[in-house]
Design a protein around this ligand. Sequence first.
Ligand code: ADP
Length: 642
Amino acid sequence: MTDAEILIVEDDSTAAYVLERTLRKLNYKVTGSVNSGEDAINFVIEKQPALILMDIMLKGNIDGVETSRRINELYDIPIIYLTAYSDDESIKRASTTKPYGYLIKPFDNKELKSTIEITLYKRMMDRKEKENELWFKQTLASIGDGVIATDKNDIITFMNTIAEKLTGYTLAEATGKSIGNVYRTVPDMTTETFIYFSKYRPEEFEKNILYNKLLHEKEGSAIPIEEKVSSITNEKGDILGKVITFRDTTKRRDSELALIASKDFYLNILEKFPVLVWRANSEKQFNYFNATWLDFTGKSLNSQIFFGWYLLIHEDDREKFIRNYEERFNKREKLEIEFRLLGMDAEFHWLICAGNPIYDLNGNFNGYVGVCLDITNRKILEDELRNAKNISDASNKSKSNFIAIMSHEIRTPLNGIMGLTDLLMDTDPGIEQLEYLGLLKESSHMLLSLLNNLLDYSKIEDNKEKLNEDFFNLRQIIEEIIRPLSSVVKRNGVRISLEMDNELPDKYYGDAKKIKQIAANLLSNAVKFTERGSIVFKIFNDHLQGTKKENSTLLHFIVSDTGIGIPEEKMDSIFDSFTQVDSSLTRKFSGSGLGLAIVKNLVNMMNGKIWVESQLGKGSSFNIVLELNSEPKNAVQFINAE
Ligand code: ADP
């Protein structure tokens, strides 16, 4: 099986010869054959054989056992004893030299071969084991960390040089001692890990997930270390011992302590910050809530971390919250959610929760940090406002519906009255009857205009009125209003006139009907409240008011009269609906108090301005500024396109 070189030590030359021949026949190499202990030792020194077949009983000064002992001292060569006697005495002596086997003379070829093979195999295994052990010890010695190995009873079996240095014990001193006597450690209360776990993770702290320790060395001084313990098990899983690796963290801890001091400062601020603060790790798990949060919920940190706090979210908001949170989280987007959370007062509070992704100095995603604010009061206010608006919207709607229906209902019989009045007038009535019929006609006209005003007003209030813009001739529509009025005022000797700036273009783009309505209302008021003097309708380009858009003109309208005027304190309120300066005048002048409210609304619709200047007893001037396009929009685009 091998080329192993065998040395024969045998003083009987015949036996030696036979043995050598047999070995050669069995394909072994015989490197030499000697007949004395001294020769054997000299041969071994010169040429180390792989195996020695040694006769126990050698003639000469030293026998086989002594020769083996001396060879063993020099080399690690396996020896098989050859002996003719199986007497206990010589076997006992021979066994002290730890031979690999015995061959009792006479032995046959099979015995010889199997004993040699077994010896060579054992030898190979022994060497491998020794090499392994050496390799293992050298590896452990060269590791930068301290390493201590123990058996299953915590007795030290090995320690590397770093461990020697850190514990202050030599390998020789430590071997055989219990681990606790050499490697004496306590938790390091000053490290960040300790502070963090004891404060925020008491449950884990109790489970002793603590790697930061202080090692008390032999001399008594303490070194901060970081340790890792692993058990050594066999294939069946039985624990055979432990390997403890640990490293000196003095340098790291010094800088860490400085950091903790500043971190703790900020952590304290965060804890007492008057908003709810939370943090989540990169696995979406919530791992921090500040003291304000815990005070708010009245729950322990343990019950809140991870996803425990989800139970406090209002049932109707929970799913929405989780979905929103996870979606934003996956996209690393800013988070903003409103939801209800159960407070320690057993009431649900509306919170607005804002969160942002956080990254470490290397730009790695590190989870989210967020704050929640209690917006319950705002929510209540919002609800109240919404309710109030709903109620007023509803009541406004029914009011305008009512007005629309009623005015229609009234208009129908009114039509009848007016028509019949006209018919009666044609039946050749007497002078007195004619006067009554005239009054009847005037009254029904007034009633009709009141109805029209009511309807206009409710339409505007209801936001049903829309601008209906088109191209129109300004001078023409104003004249259409003034003309019928001038015949009315002439009877009282009041003059009415239109003064329109000649430089103004005639054509404008806008809602002509609404501008007419405005002019008609202002003029009919002027007529109503002016008994003598004049009424002037002025239109000019107002360069002073605001800035002008391209292709538009700022038109300033003034309707001034020399009538009764308006007291200063009433100048604002006359634009409110159903307001009249003096209700006692109503009978004298008639009216609904709706005209100016309608005018103001129409002006607002056109983004214009309205105000009044007046002197009691001397007259009033109603001012309106409107910005109107002086050319149709389409035409402008058309020209540009060309
Ligand atoms: P009414 O239908 O009563 O005229 P308006 O809203 O048009 O309602 O006007 C409100 C009130 O403002 C009038 O009742 C009147 O007291 C006052 N007012 C309006 N125009 C003039 C004016 N040209 N001169 C004096 N007072 C006026």
